[in-house]
Design a protein around this ligand. Structure first.
Ligand code: GLU
Length: 447
């Protein structure tokens, strides 16, 4: 095989979408697996659809995902420029060549010397190519009409520019979305017209939602832009892992794989023919696995901005680490820390009927008094709280559920939650004592 050269060729028409990210990522994997080059080329010829910042968003989101590339508009390279609008003369030159050979013709606009250039599609040609994903695909030139290569404003259409660029940039393999299958015969005919080698094509299946419908950007039930995942606190390594499984599967059952492992195991023969399902639960699961692998320090650093933004006061670093430490196993994305915090540490103290009944049934007042008295002269750390709970148990002879659930209800209002000593340490001595007093008063008042 020649030096592998693949490219990701986004149109800068918006933010990086999950489908585009997959195209980019599979090309990246292909290049890195075979020790080839990965090129980013901007296909900006659909001028009206270009958006300001579209290119930058594509590149910065790809970088965030952990991709890097060898040639691109921002990096340069031996086959530049890498933006199609900067290559207009080249397309003109090649269109002229086809005009000169009689393989294309001009179509003048009425009463004007402006013209479009149309490709003269040969009458009777079979177009057969082996698709890396789908095997042999067959078309016939009679299915293709004479199509516009260069519009009358001098700008080429996608199907023409893509061939010129892929040829000049020595692209060996073209991996892209299935929506481009029907463009491929048009492109193959251009390669033939110039007598150029055709690269190998691979068309990746569509991505579908959980109802098996093609994922559409308008589908509000699925978050589809990479930036949104970044903002929610998904980890790039997890996103990379998840996207790599959208239409590809490793040969072993282990799906949690590092970038390096995926590059090593990547095998184009294992690209799936069936549509790739965007499974939100799977993404959440993969992300939670990566969150579990973070150190408490890393998780604290990543969580801080979310808590701050939500206006949750962080007394000090130790408190933050304690908090993320007990919530780590429950988080499927970092931003969830806010909801989890609020679920377990409400500012308002309120005991629901069922929980209150538990205190009554277990005659908890004495337990709470004993615990409250013990607390007075002690530093309020998770370790000392644990000792105090034990001492309270010895003194009151109350154990197990009546002990732990009783103390939890009286201090947090909840019947369940994360580690009790840590939860109390996070709540802080003042709040814990005042809640205990309030609950004791209420219980005594009723007995
Ligand atoms: N600009 C095209 C797109 O965004 C690229 C298609 C291709 O890879 O050839 O769909």
């Amino acid at each position: 095989m020649n030096q592998v050269r693949v490219r990701y060729a986004p149109s800068p028409t918006g933010q990086l979408h999950i489908g585009n990210a997959r195209s980019a990522l599979f090309n990246y994997l292909f290049a890195r697996h075979f020790g080839g080059d990965f090129i980013v080329r901007i296909e900006d010829t659909d001028v009206l659809r270009n958006v300001v910042g579209g290119e930058e968003s594509q590149l910065s989101n790809l970088r965030w995902l952990g991709l890097d590339w060898d040639e691109s508009p921002d990096k340069g390279g031996p086959f530049g420029p890498y933006r199609q609008l900067e290559r207009l003369e080249t397309y003109q030159q090649y269109a002229q060549e086809l005009l000169d050979k009689g393989l294309a013709y001009k179509e003048f606009r009425e009463n004007s010397d402006k013209y479009a250039v149309r490709f003269k599609v040969p009458q009777d040609q079979e177009i057969v190519f082996k698709d890396i994903v789908r095997g042999e695909l067959r078309f016939h030139s009679k299915e293709v009409e004479d199509w516009v290569m260069i519009k009358d404003n001098g700008i080429p259409t996608y199907n023409f520019a893509v061939v010129i660029d892929d040829h000049l940039m020595k692209i060996t393999h073209v991996l892209r979305g299935e929506e481009h299958i029907t463009n491929t015969p048009k492109q193959v005919l251009i390669y033939r017209a110039f007598g150029w080698d055709v690269p190998e094509f691979g068309h990746m299946t569509i991505i579908v939602n959980e109802q098996k419908k093609k994922l559409s950007k308008r589908d509000k039930n699925v978050i589809q832009f990479i930036k949104e995942y970044q903002e929610m606190g998904y980890l790039p390594e997890a996103m990379f892992n998840f996207i790599s499984l959208l239409g590809w599967s490793p040969s072993t059952n282990e799906e949690i794989l590092t970038k390096e492992q995926i590059i090593e195991q990547f095998d184009p023969a294992r690209l799936n023919k069936a549509p790739a399902m965007f499974d939100k639960d799977k993404l959440a699961y993969i992300n939670s696995r990566y969150i579990k692998k973070l150190s408490v320090d890393e998780l604290a650093e990543k969580s801080r901005p979310f808590l701050e933004k939500a206006g949750i006061p962080i007394p000090d670093e130790a408190w933050l680490k304690l908090l993320v430490g007990i919530l780590q196993d429950r988080m499927s994305y970092i931003g969830q820390i806010v909801d989890l915090y609020r679920a377990f540490f409400h500012d308002e103290f309120h005991i629901e009927t069922e929980a209150y009944q538990f205190l009554i049934d277990n005659q908890s007042a004495m337990l709470l008094e004993t615990f409250a008295q013990k607390m007075v002269d002690h530093p309020f750390t998770a370790e000392t709280i644990e000792t105090l709970i034990k001492e309270t148990s010895v003194q009151t002879q109350i154990k197990g559920k009546p002990l732990f659930m009783g103390l939890r209800i009286a201090t947090t209002g909840d019947m369940h939650g994360p580690s009790l000593p840590i939860s109390l340490a996070l709540l802080g001595k003042e709040r814990v004592i005042s809640r205990l007093k309030q609950t004791i008063k209420q219980l005594r008042g009723e007995s």
